[in-house]
Design a protein around this ligand. Sequence first.
Ligand SMILES: Nc1ncnc2c1ncn2[C@@H]1O[C@H](COP(=O)(O)OP(=O)(O)O)[C@@H](O)[C@H]1O
Ligand SMILES: [Mg+2]
Length: 372
Amino acid sequence: MRTIAIVNQKGGCGKTTTAVNLASYIADSGRRVLLVDCDPQSHASMGLGIDTEDLDSTTYDLLIDPSTQVRDAAVTVSERLDVVPSSVVLSAVEQQLSGRPDRENKLKRKLEVCSADYDYVLVDCPPSVGLLTFNAIVACREAMVVMEPSYYSLHGAVKVIETIRLVRQQLGMRKRVRVLLTMFDRRTRFAKEFLKEAQTRFGREMYSTVIRHTVRFREAANWGVAISHYARSCKGARDYRDLAYEVQEDENRVEVEEPITEAEEATRLEPGMDEWILSQPGPHFVEGGVLFSLVAPEANHVELVGSFNDWDREHGVELSRNANGVWHATLELPPGKHLYKYVIDGAWRPDPANENRTTPNEDCVIEVYRRD
Ligand SMILES: Nc1ncnc2c1ncn2[C@@H]1O[C@H](COP(=O)(O)OP(=O)(O)O)[C@@H](O)[C@H]1O
Ligand SMILES: [Mg+2]
């Protein structure tokens, strides 16, 4: 039985979508799959059409009640696919198990009992590194760290890999970590830069399948079905089918003792992460808007002025300086084309990192796209 925890402490990066669709495609290919919903928000359960109001036992009982086994809580949603659904009471587990010995091994013990019943167990984790995620990491031999192209997501990925390393070292457990990029939109330069950086950083720990940004996922989740049952031929569905294939292809490798060196190395680079993102050329699309950054260690004051504030120098956006002389500010900008310049110690300057400029004014251009 293969056990995979789907993790990232950042919310909204595609964990649940990955859990639901990967589980569904692996089951379609003939393997017996169990999905354990470990998020009190129950999105995976709802995403597979389970009515979470009307359940006898859930992940909560599995973790709290010694006599509840997987077979008591599992709901069959399709041929070869079972789900242990969650409910809001799951959020009380942390508190209820606090101080109890063995509290991080609860899920592990229950999965051991059903090891003959399934080929694959996927655990959908909540957006935090609390006791629930910890239980999932301890219970699973593998971790699939999911991230969308955003700084916070990368940060969350690194944090969770650190936690896994801790578990490995302190509990002496073998773990395998792999990283999946989701919501990839090749139209944005940032996404492309992000993919390249992630590939460099995580090396072969990164899945070669990348899940593209597809509106159909939201629709499928609303209808309570996996993408394969809703829009089988859309690009996101094809991507998850490829991922299911790639995961299964990996089966034999998992059994080989393998240090997770590359992913671990990546976490050691963590202090450099802000630097990396700030030192990339041009403005970046990040969560919360557009990140403007300028390398100017000699400057004393930097402002951003442009079409978005009517070129009003009195009300320019002040940039903050970090320890290495990189100035930065994040601005929420509506979709459309925006022009800007920096005012560095009173002098107008184009952004040296942005080659996209108007003539003859040398105003720099940034275009914000509407998503889908
Ligand atoms: N590849 C994708 N393209 C577009 N939207 C996506 C994609 N993956 C997930 N979403 C949407 O993004 C939102 C967050 O995804 P979700 O899987 O719930 O993230 P998490 O479980 O990490 O919080 C959901 O509305 C989901 O439908
Ligand atoms: Mg989720």
